[in-house]
Design a protein around this ligand. Structure first.
Ligand SMILES: CCCCCCCCCCCCC/C=C/[C@@H](O)[C@H](COP(=O)(O)O)NC(=O)CCCCCCCCCCCCCCC
Length: 186
């Protein structure tokens, strides 16, 4: 969990460098990261050291709203699920950045990745706002420059190393949630 949270903090930091139009996205992600940190640092923190132990603890103690929103709007399971769904978007987006041609538009790649993943969990108004924000993404080269990794080849190589790790984390979480039937927490 500590590493999961640290990873998200790094992503949010990067997102913040892209400008204030992404503020509403960053704010939501920060809020969710903050919920997980509070659980991890709270008095029941020992149960939150791994995603597996969190799921077990919260389910065994009825700390999750399973069918309709209720007493536990900020459960660890619900909160992490929101970030988990966003991780799938990230995986698709980074993979398209890695393999795209020089003249590809990041806004289109980002919107395609979003439409294939996270968008299905969002209401119309959020989808619209996200679509508008995507249009303001820097172009491919400028985007690579802010990543501050080096040449395009170095960025592509870094993404080639990072994406399989993101996929692995995504898959482990997805399998765990599927096994406990908690992929639809409201
Ligand atoms: C680089 C471009 C960044 C575009 C980000 C794409 C994701 C678009 C997400 C739009 C979310 C809008 C904000 C509102 C979300 C919430 O309604 C919704 C549901 O929560 P609720 O059930 O508590 O209400 N929240 C979510 O789905 C969680 C969204 C978390 C988004 C985190 C995005 C982090 C982006 C990190 C970018 C890093 C790029 C790295 C490139 C090297």
């Amino acid at each position: 969990m500590e590493h999961y949270v640290a990873g998200w903090r790094g992503l949010v930091k990067f997102l913040n460098t892209l400008g204030s139009v992404f503020g509403f996205i960053s704010k939501d992600a920060v809020g969710k990261v903050q919920i997980l940190v509070s659980l991890l640092k709270g008095e029941d923190g020992s149960h939150y050291s791994t995603i597996q132990s969190m799921v077990k603890y919260e389910l065994e103690n009825q700390l999750v709203d399973l069918t309709k929103a209720g007493a536990h709007p900020t459960s660890g399971c619900r909160t992490l699920l929101r970030l988990h769904r966003a991780l799938r978007w990230l995986e698709l987006f980074l993979d398209s950045l890695r393999t795209c041609s020089e003249d590809s538009k990041t806004s289109v790649l980002c919107a395609d990745a979003y439409n294939k993943s996270l968008s299905k969990f969002h209401p119309w108004v959020v989808r619209k706002a996200a679509g508008m924000a995507f249009c303001l993404l820097p172009g491919r080269q400028a985007f690579f420059d802010v990543m501050n990794v080096g040449t395009t080849e170095q960025v592509v190589a870094m993404l080639g190393e990072a994406i399989p790790l993101i996929s692995e984390v995504y898959q482990i979480t997805e399998d765990l949630y599927a096994q406990h039937n908690i992929l639809d927490i409201p």
